[in-house]
Design a protein around this ligand. Sequence first.
Ligand SMILES: C[S@@+](CC[C@H](N)C(=O)[O-])C[C@H]1O[C@@H](n2cnc3c(N)ncnc32)[C@H](O)[C@@H]1O
Length: 172
Amino acid sequence: MFATVLHNLTSPVNVGTIVRSHVAFGGAEVVFVGLDKPWRFKKNTQAFSRRLERLCEITYLQNDDELFTWCGDRKYSPIAVEISPTARLLAEFTFPERPALIVGHEGRGLSEAFLDQCDDAVVIPQFGDAACLNVGISAAIAMYEFRRIAPGMRNITRNKFSVPSERRVASP
Ligand SMILES: C[S@@+](CC[C@H](N)C(=O)[O-])C[C@H]1O[C@@H](n2cnc3c(N)ncnc32)[C@H](O)[C@@H]1O
């Protein structure tokens, strides 16, 4: 089980994208940190969330202290998804049982002081000349990696093609 934490995110496109991925990967709570008002899911967000926020338990926290208390109370391990010299490579990281996957502001990211308070930080390797990935993409990659070897895949339906959950790719 995982929670997704959006730390000071401002873009409706990114928020909608992350909520959609969160639901697709079977996340539990979605947490917004740093807003003085609850996030407004308007048309421009819902075009990307596909209105899936209706399936989420959403929590709004005002600051980092509230976040770390929330994680402790709910037995979540705060795991920052961030580019940092101290972060572990995502593919080599052993996830805790209940990670709260935290992604940062589109411009500022997460600070080193914030990372110091997390249990761990993970970085997604990059191979080309881009300073960083989009935050919504980063969140989805981290969710996928957490889920990659976990059981419980559901049938993918309501698409042009369906994928039954018992489908397995043959090992080489
Ligand atoms: C666009 S980045 C912010 C970068 C910011 N301009 C900076 O230099 O710190 C927004 C968020 O995307 C995530 N992110 C982007 N690329 C990443 C990567 N390669 N590995 C892990 N997280 C990444 C992090 O959560 C980051 O806080």
